[in-house]
Design a protein around this ligand. Structure first.
Ligand code: ATP
Ligand code: ZN
Ligand code: MG
Length: 312
């Protein structure tokens, strides 16, 4: 029996698009929902789009930082992520036993028994959003310069949200610009990126809409946090239909955190006030998928104007 027949129309559409991407060789399945390899063609699109982001944002003089896809556990604990998103976090565990424990591990593996409960937490947590390592790094530097701080980050991120939707991966890449400064500075940064982000995506001949959004805060208290985030207009997303026309996918997001990270990390402006922060995030795989959805799987047949923007 085809399990897929039991999905909603949106889920069936997502699964069909995923199967088509796999059949075309663009995504390489691993047997785990949301965990894919990517073909050379897919990666080329991601790299060209990454360069396009730099074309639009590189002139602002952002400090480039590249972190591996792991956050230090002590920084992760301090970041408040577990308060809001315990359901998405992924911790790295490792074997720390002796030879006897090793024998037991192999035995359990052999017998198909649970073996992972003997793994112990390491000091590494998988990065949930590319900007997480930035705040403690900026805090370490002391008070901000007068014009604030602007950082360019790019990282693989992990979120435990397995899905049939190829646009909802468990491991995906996020490029971000992060601004730390006065409320005026970070609001101006965010506004300029809402406009630039839209123009950038329209230059790729993609149908875009910008809308108010909220984060998936956990639990009952989370529903109130999400409502207040919306009321205050703290999060906007640039949406593009990918696997479903009815439910477009967030490909870019524009976030104003107010003094949330400033308070957590004691980020200060030169006059001693708590700094505010904002970030713009680009979902690299989602943008690639949007391009494949709207312009087809054969990049050589993409509209000439789009090819010119990406490949020059
Ligand atoms: P969604 O509402 O679809 O879950 P999000 O609000 O969680 O998205 P952000 O937390 O703002 O997304 O992350 C920044 C960007 O990273 C998003 O705009 C999106 O392009 C991308 N992204 C987020 N989650 C995923 C995922 N599971 N797979 C692929 N890309 C993702
Ligand atoms: Zn961010
Ligand atoms: Mg999400």
């Amino acid at each position: 029996m085809d399990m897929r027949a039991e999905g909603t129309p949106v889920e069936n559409g997502q699964a069909a698009f995923r199967d088509a991407l796999i059949a075309a060789g663009l995504l390489i399945p691993t047997g785990v929902d949301g965990l894919y390899g990517r073909s050379g063609v897919f990666e080329d699109v991601v790299e060209r789009f990454n360069d396009l982001i730099t074309t639009w944002g590189g002139g602002d003089g952002a400090d480039v930082m590249r972190f591996p896809p792991g956050v230090a556990r002590h920084q992760f604990e301090q970041s408040g992520y577990l308060k809001s998103f315990p359901h998405l976090a992924g911790t790295v565990h490792a074997f720390k036993g002796d030879e006897r424990a090793h024998q037991s591990l192999l035995r359990r593996l052999e017998e198909g028994d649970e073996w992972t409960d003997a793994q112990m937490a390491t000091n590494v947590v998988l990065t949930p959003a590319a900007c997480y390592p930035v705040y403690p790094t900026i805090a370490e530097r002391g008070p901000l310069p007068a014009d604030g701080a602007l950082v360019d980050v790019y990282s693989y991120c992990f979120r435990h949200e397995p899905s049939l939707d190829p646009a909802r991966m468990q491991l995906f890449r996020m490029r971000e610009y992060v601004c730390v400064g006065t409320p005026e500075q970070v609001m101006e940064f965010r506004q300029s990126w809402v406009e630039r982000g839209r123009a950038l995506m329209e230059s790729l001949a993609l149908p875009v809409a910008v809308d108010l959004a909220n984060d998936p805060f956990f639990g009952r208290a989370g529903r109130m946090l999400a409502a207040s985030q919306r009321d205050q207009g703290l999060k906007f997303e640039l949406l593009i239909p990918i696997a479903s026309a009815e439910q477009p996918t967030a490909c870019l997001s524009f976030n104003y955190h107010q003094d949330h990270f400033g308070l957590l990390w004691d980020l200060r402006t030169p006059d001693g006030a708590v700094a505010h922060t904002a970030c713009v995030g680009f979902g690299m795989e989602r943008v690639a998928l949007a391009l494949f959805r709207h312009h087809g799987f054969d990049v050589k047949a993409w509209p000439a104007a789009v090819r010119a923007v990406l490949w020059g």
